[in-house]
Design a binder for this molecule. Structure first.
Ligand code: BES
Ligand code: MN
Ligand code: ZN
Length: 494
């Protein structure tokens, strides 16, 4: 969908549909009032009849309206006017708007921004969130179906009352479109099955962005990784016929001398568990085990599209984890790039094995901050469910910044402890460290493992096992946490 902003009269603006808001107390704003007057009172009549109560998530489509140039009038419930809109409500309204417009068959629509401002937030931010929500709802993954859904809605114009308001809204549109594009890329990569989205496929998608988004993309093959001593990462891919790749994407928007933000995303394109094989139910969902990596590609896409004045490096260790004669066996000991030896007690705790070498590799970029993103533990899903991503960091300032970016974007995280008290659970009688740490606190233990490789770095870890995809009938990758990460990077640009 294409979005634009105009400061024009809603009554005379020609479009397939004009959308305006109504509130729960039966009141309407100035724009809706002028539409009401021009149409002989259709809005007040609908409200009076009780056809729409103004609750968030409600909508009423009124076809063929006389008095305005739009072919349809869409009323959207915007909740209680007195409270102003919350971020959550804007997301609901955006989703409803996109779904209703899609069903209406309109080719284009004009949306009055009246009533769509989030309380205590700039208009630009409100517009960004609205567009993200609309694009999220409009997303279809049908590239592997014979019959593709053909979206009729092509263009949405946001109507503002002044030129200056339109300018601010335009910033919101630019950000919204860029973030939505990054989210869409992350969702597409996540939803693709393991037989298509292999480590090589991820690498080729990253390479494509080299041209389209002027990023520097480097892909290390297994030979190069061997030379670097990435024994931990390579031990995971030994059990797979798909060669591992280490994807490095560099975006330079500031002086070369400026330390970059480094994002490291787990790119496990299918996790069967290896010799510590996973049970069969829902194993298909382990195609989503590369969603951390996908979020890194998505965030870099958004950052590059916005041309942000900052340096960002994305690193994606990509591999499969399968059972095989050459696969890791419980008890095997491997040597990581950092030199630390690791006793692999469970081959299903493979994410940390590929991430530790990628984190060590990341040191060469001398990061201002480093964030890894990984579908790392089932334990994180038990702890937090599907709403926040788990955030782990020993750096309070960085943790606060990330939490704030989550709150601002609505793509939230929740901080978990990362205390040294847990560290001894990773002691091994045979190696420097074990890859699992017994019962209890599984998400923390996994983070503690990574912390052993990030000492003296400004580092945070996001466990997105519960947030990267949704289950059930509408199973799909969510594209999280692209919105959080982009917001984090945006806030570092100011
Ligand atoms: N990719 C999984 C984590 C996961 C499981 C994410 C289920 C989302 C849903 C990871 O590689 C894994 O298997 N972790 C193990 C660790 C355990 C062996 C210590 C887990 O969580 O069971
Ligand atoms: Mn696993
Ligand atoms: Zn995994």
């Amino acid at each position: 969908m294409k979005y634009s902003v105009k400061s024009s009269n809603p009554l005379t603006h020609a479009s397939g549909c004009l959308a305006v808001t109504v509130y729960t107390d039966g009141s309407i704003g100035d724009v809706a009032k002028s539409v009401d007057q021009a149409t002989g009172g259709v809005i007040t009549a609908a409200v009076k009849r009780g056809d729409i109560k103004g609750k968030v998530g409600e909508s009423l489509m009124i076809p063929l309206i006389d008095g305005i140039r739009a072919h349809r009038l869409l009323l959207l419930g915007a909740g209680d006017k007195a409270d102003e809109c919350s971020l959550v409500n804007i997301k609901k309204i955006g989703a409803k708007l996109a779904n209703t417009l899609e069903k209406s068959g309109a080719a284009d629509a004009a949306v009055s921004i009246e009533g769509l401002n989030i309380a205590n937030r700039s208009l630009a931010d409100s517009v960004t969130i609205l567009i993200e929500a609309m694009e999220y709802a409009a997303y279809r993954f049908d590239q592997l179906k014979q019959k593709k859904s053909s979206a009729s809605l092509k263009a949405v114009t946001l109507l503002c009352d002044s030129r200056s308001q339109a300018n601010i809204a335009q910033t919101g549109v630019n950000r919204g479109e860029a973030i939505a594009g990054g989210v869409r890329l992350a969702r597409d990569l996540g939803n693709l099955p393991g037989n298509i989205c292999t480590p090589s496929y991820l690498a080729s998608e990253a390479r494509k962005m080299q041209k389209s988004h002027s990023l520097k993309v480097t892909v290390l093959d297994e030979g190069r990784m061997e030379k670097l001593g990435m024994g931990s990462l390579l031990s995971v891919s030994r059990g797979s016929r798909e060669p591992a790749k280490l994807i490095i994407m560099e975006y330079q928007g500031a002086a070369k001398s400026k330390a970059p933000i480094v994002l490291v995303g787990k790119g496990l394109t299918f996790d069967a568990g290896g010799i510590s094989l996973k049970p069969a139910p829902a194993m298909d969902e382990m195609k989503y085990d590369m969603c951390g990596g996908a979020s890194v590609l998505g965030t870099l896409k958004a950052v590059a599209e916005l041309g942000l004045k900052i340096n960002v490096v994305g690193i994606v260790p990509a591999s499969e984890n399968l059972p095989d004669g050459a696969a890791n066996k419980p008890g095997d000991i491997v040597t990581s790039m950092a030199g630390k030896t690791i006793e692999i007690l469970n081959t299903d705790a493979e994410g940390r094995l590929i991430l530790c070498d990628a984190l060590t590799y990341a040191r060469r970029f001398k990061p201002a901050a480093i964030i890894d993103i990984a579908t790392l533990t089932g334990a994180c899903v038990i702890a937090l469910g599907a709403h926040p991503s788990g955030l782990f960091s020993q750096d309070d300032a960085l943790a606060e910044e990330i939490l704030e970016a989550g709150n601002q974007s609505g793509d939230r995280a929740w901080r978990m402890p990362l205390w040294d008290d847990y560290q001894k659970q990773l002691d091994s009688p045979f190696a420097d460290i074990a890859n699992i740490g017994g019962k209890g606190g599984g998400a923390v233990i996994a983070a503690c493992f990574l912390a052993r490789f990030t000492e003296d770095l400004t580092w945070a870890h996001l466990d997105i096992a519960g947030t990267a995809w949704t289950q059930g009938k509408n199973k799909s990758a969510t594209g999280r946490p692209v919105a959080l990460l982009t917001r984090f990077i945006l806030s570092r640009c100011q």
